[in-house]
Design a protein around this ligand. Sequence first.
Ligand code: UT7
Length: 348
Amino acid sequence: MRSKIAGVGYYVPETVVKNADLELLMDTSDAWIQERTGIQERRYGKAHAETTTTMGARAAEIAIQRAGITKEEVDFIIFATLSPDYFFPGCGVLLQRELKITSLEAPALDIRNQCSGFIYGLSIADQFIKSGQYKNILLVGAEMHSMGLDFSSRGRNVTVIFGDGAGAVVVQPTESEGILNTVLHSDGTYAEELAFINPGCHGGYHLGKEAFGYTDQNYGGIFLTEKMWNEQMIFPTMNGPLVFKTAVVKFQEVILEALNKAGLQAEDIDLLIPHQANLRISQFIQQKLNLRNDQVWNNIQKYGNTTAATIPIALGEAWEAGKIKEGDLICMAAFGSGFTWGSVLLRW
Ligand code: UT7
């Protein structure tokens, strides 16, 4: 028994935010953003009207319909995000409620693997299908970054990159090749190099309690300190150059690992869908693997980095554009916070 992607859908919110719009909020420029990242614009969800869950639900509806099943047939939900509606419970159950998929009381699993979330989710779905436990797994990757970014100049290296959006797939059993293999990796050594640390339960353990305003009296008992709030330490931060340098190596390694396991070469890939972190990273990998432009799908120019949603959005776009045909060899790969990285190789 193998598994296949039976339907794919995506949703991006209406509001387009151009680089010039960000120039009004922080010390940045359209030229810098385009030159360093390739990004021209991104979408932001409607505050108080949209959430990570609602955007995920819109993408899921399309994926379910394209898979030719009803919502009630979904027997397992996997939700990948780093920008959940609530700290807990996770978006999986919120999506289940939003879509009214309660007939089977199907389990909902939330995964926290940031940029690699969709790849990790697809690997989990693949294992559950292969084991025969589930038959219609709904996997969603969605993000509402715009609600949690630092729009002052201090946050510019992170904020200009990220956008909102959602993508979803339905994974089903197949008699044909389908998913050939999945490869997953992580290295927690670099956990704080791309992270959203506060508020949280760390009590200053990893980076020193003084840095966050903990004292011996309150140490360990406070989730959000006055210092975190007053000094606006409540946004994601990134060591961009380190992440970039590591990403270009790990992307390549993990794609080649998946190809080797399947006895295939880079030239066999019909379409590579890299996680959309930076156009320069994608172009670097393309060059290293010696792939033509028509073998790589990039859309970061329009949406920025939508973290767990980049791959299913790109997959959905490529499918709609007729770029994915039956029998095509599709490779998807991601690298990001954790660090975590992984790849999926499949025959469509
Ligand atoms: O999806 C998760 C994984 N994420 C990634 O893979 C992201 C990987 N990293 C990157 O894509 C790049 O490191 C960035 C796009 C984040 C930054 O590009 P960079 O070429 O590595 O720039 P840098 O961080 O080395 O900064 C160069 C300069 C600095 O100024 P000084 O110190 O040279 O005066 C920054 O302060 O650019 C400045 N800078 C900006 N200037 C204008 C940083 N962000 C901005 C900005 N606008 N938005």
